[in-house]
Design a protein around this ligand. Structure first.
Ligand SMILES: [Mg+2]
Length: 386
């Protein structure tokens, strides 16, 4: 750009012209059970409710974003998104912080966390996708990447509905795919079964292959103490959600007492909820989930606070989005490999030598597959296409 061009004001007068919101129910191949099912609190999961947002600007720029819910919440997210979307029409799509705040105030009486911010999350991700695309950069590069690949571990092979022999086959399959760690679900009413599964898989993997466990909030404090002590000998990368997801003091006590790092944060739904865990040192690994906290804008605030507090980062689920965000974190993070969302998109993420490669396509590097139309329960269009 010439000196003369630099002295001119930016001519960008673009406006959001059209928004499409869709509620999509993605079926899962097998019903999924973690400890919440074995303790009777939830039913096995058979589908994921996706909230997709597509945004088009007057100048023809496009962005794709999503939020999601597991079990109840999908229709509620869609209803809230539909109600607040008109506030975006006519706004400059690059003013993302302003637009997040505007959407938040539009639904202020239903709160600044949970379902209302998750609905905002789909718009926020779409606006960041558009901004990266118009810059001709991947989302990671737009935000400022630290690396072009991220360590990744597999979760989908280690759920509690999977028998032990199949679990071993799943770990072999993950390693063959170049995935760098294995996570097992624990937290069953009979803890002897948890120990047997972890010790068998640890023997199978060898002493040093990265192995994590996830109790999905199903222990009380005394049980968590006992289990964390027992698990110390297995050289685990972390013990995840040993306690109720809002018990910051309890998680902090475990993090202080044991060598094995404590991981938590996936169920938290706002910057404020994460701030409490960061301030109380309730996690060694923080696990924010961008759609669950309201999108990329709040995620970046959480990551910045976590970095300042010296925490490690392992974003939860949605690898298609989190691989970009994890790539920007200063210390080496982990990203969670789940193939569940793959049928929604035309593109595939690559894994090699224990790491997931950050896509180099513009934006998130994602486009919706033709199969999405068949899983769409309801959709709405707002504004006019340019
Ligand atoms: Mg988890």
């Amino acid at each position: 750009m010439s000196e003369q061009a630099l002295s001119q004001p930016c001519a960008d007068q673009d406006q959001i012209a059209w928004i499409r919101i869709a509620s999509v129910f993605l079926p899962l191949a097998n019903p999924i059970s973690d400890a919440k099912v074995l303790t009777g609190r939830q039913k096995p999961m058979t589908e994921i409710a996706m909230l997709f947002v597509e945004i088009e600007s007057k100048d023809g720029h496009r962005g794709l974003g999503f939020s999601y819910s597991k079990r109840a919440g999908g229709p509620g997210q869609f209803a809230h998104a539909k109600e607040i979307a008109p506030a975006l029409i006519g706004e400059n799509p690059s003013d993302i912080q302003k637009l997040w705040t505007k959407l938040c105030w539009a639904g202020a009486s239903v709160g600044r966390s949970g379902l209302s911010t998750q609905a905002i999350g789909a718009f926020d991700v779409a606006l960041w996708d558009m901004k990266a695309k118009r810059a001709g950069l991947s989302l990671a590069r737009l935000l400022g990447a630290q690396r072009d690949s991220v360590r990744c571990y597999n979760t989908s092979g280690g759920f509690l509905h999977t028998p032990l022999d199949q679990l071993m086959k799943n770990t072999d399959l993950s390693r063959e795919k170049g995935i760098g760690g294995i996570k097992l679900k624990v937290g069953q009413p009979n803890s002897a079964i948890d120990i047997e599964r972890v010790s068998t898989v640890r023997r199978h993997l060898g002493d040093d292959f990265p192995l994590m466990v996830d109790a999905n909030q199903q222990w009380d404090r005394p049980t968590a103490q006992r289990m964390c002590r027992k698990f110390e000998e297995y050289n685990l990368v972390w013990i995840e959600e040993p306690l109720d997801c809002y018990d910051a003091e309890g998680h902090a006590a475990l993090a202080a007492a044991f060598d094995t790092p404590i991981a938590t944060g996936e169920m938290l739904t706002s910057v404020a909820e994460h701030a409490e865990f960061i301030n109380k040192r309730g996690a060694d690994f923080l696990m924010p989930d961008a759609p669950r906290v309201g999108g990329i804008t709040p995620f970046l605030k959480i990551a910045s606070m976590a970095e300042h507090a010296g925490l490690m980062l392992a974003p939860h689920f949605a690898m298609e989005l989190h691989v970009h965000l994890a790539a920007t974190y200063p210390t080496e993070p982990w990203v969670e490999h789940f193939e569940w969302l793959e049928p929604l998109f035309n593109e595939r993420l690559e894994t090699r030598d224990g790491r997931m490669l950050v896509p180099t396509r513009p934006g998130l590097g994602l486009s919706l597959s033709d199969r999405v139309a068949g899983w769409t329960a309801q959709h709405v269009e707002i504004g006019q296409r340019a």
